[in-house]
Design a protein around this ligand. Structure first.
Ligand code: ATP
Ligand code: MG
Length: 350
């Protein structure tokens, strides 16, 4: 699908990676994850979740991280953690993550992973941490009066998340690109100083690396502008009805000039697996009301099977929690092996 997004080096690189994936999926190991700060939304689905399942189905070894410590980057207390973690597990299962082939874990349950943060922090400067544009944006939206040390250092923690399992492919949204650069820097510098231990991972962008929310800024679970995967049809209709559009009646797809309208067009196009220009043309003079009707129908139709599976899994929470327990066991074994290698490379006494 063409979405008129600027062809950045990251977009070009993603196309190259797609070609390599088709030829040799076994060469890749994927790590991605989400913060348990709320329900997963359509931005997640089209930005990264859809890619995770596609890669899993191609035969790539996929690790999915529930980033519980990272909830504390922009708030004092991680509230309703259990509820949010269980919500993520239900969403993963509903979209098709298969626990027999993928490893789902939460990083507070994997101590060896967290220990990698210490040597990794020594590999980046304070100035490098301060320059990160995503961290700056998150500080602007933070709900804390003072910025914590964790906010500045969490991209290095993410390097530990990715490198503990030697992940070399990370399907993410655009906001994660600066963090991936830090991970690549950490891996490169570690290898230069201590010998070759880590891959330099690549980001894999989807066709929607930055889906906008109902207020026409990045759709985020913490910003009250998202449509959750698990929302029902009526709630979806209500949220889309309240979405920001503009005063022009004729509907077009022009992401730069008309971000609100174009983001709704793109959402419908993604759900219908069609070209956004064609979708806009069809709505034509239908105005914002016609656009919202099309988007609501498309979202509800695309999400119906996912929502049904989510409700089914919710009947058996014992099974759902067991998925995380088994994933944590595997993640711990992998993390301990990597930590051992790291300590050996660094010449630490054992
Ligand atoms: P929060 O507001 O709590 O930070 P979030 O909605 O930004 O939540 P994260 O858990 O921080 O979600 O991000 C999880 C993954 O989803 C990341 O790979 C991120 O790049 C991707 N992602 C998040 N929002 C979007 C979006 N609007 N469009 C595309 N990808 C997104
Ligand atoms: Mg985020």
């Amino acid at each position: 699908m063409t979405t008129d997004l600027p062809v950045s080096p990251a977009v070009r690189r993603s196309a190259e990676l797609e070609a390599q994936l088709a030829g040799d999926p076994g060469r890749f190991r994927v790590l991605t994850g989400d913060r348990p700060t709320g329900a997963l939304h359509l931005g997640h689905y089209f930005g990264t979740l859809h890619n995770r399942v596609r890669l899993q189905d191609l035969g790539v070894d996929v690790f999915v991280l529930i980033a519980d410590y990272q909830v504390l980057t922009d708030r004092d207390v991680a509230e309703r953690l259990t509820e949010h973690v269980e919500g993520l597990l239900l969403d993963y299962l509903a979209i098709g993550i298969d626990p027999a082939r993928a490893t789902v874990f939460n990083h507070s349950a994997v101590p060896a992973l967290n220990q990698l943060l210490l040597p990794f922090l020594s590999l980046v400067s304070v100035a490098e941490l301060g320059r990160n544009p995503t961290v700056k944006d998150e500080i602007a939206h933070s709900r804390q009066s003072a910025v914590s040390g964790l906010m500045y250092t969490y991209p290095v923690h993410q390097a530990a998340d990715i490198l503990f399992c030697k992940g070399n492919l990370v399907p993410v949204g655009q906001d994660q690109l600066p963090h991936l650069e830090i991970t690549r820097t950490v891996a490169r510098r570690f290898n230069e100083r201590y010998g070759n231990v880590f891959p330099e991972p690549d980001a894999l962008l989807s066709a929607a690396p930055l889906l906008l929310g109902t207020d026409a800024t990045k759709m985020s679970k913490s910003r009250g502008n998202s449509i959750a995967l698990g929302a029902d049809a009526d709630e979806t209709a209500r949220l889309i009805k309240g979405a920001t559009t503009d005063a022009e009646r004729h509907i077009t797809y022009e992401p730069e000039r008309r971000p609100g309208v174009s983001s709704l067009v793109l959402l419908a196009a993604l759900c219908l697996d069609r070209d956004p220009h064609a979708v806009a043309e069809e709505i034509g003079n239908g105005g914002a009301a016609g656009l919202k009707r099309t988007v609501t129908e498309a979202v509800n139709a695309a999400m119906a099977p996912i929502r049904a599976r989510r409700a089914e899994y919710a009947q058996d929470m014992g099974y759902v929690r067991g998925v995380l327990r088994a994933g944590n066991e595997r993640a711990n074994a992998v993390a301990e092996a990597t930590l051992m290698e790291v300590r050996e490379a660094m010449g630490m006494f054992r």
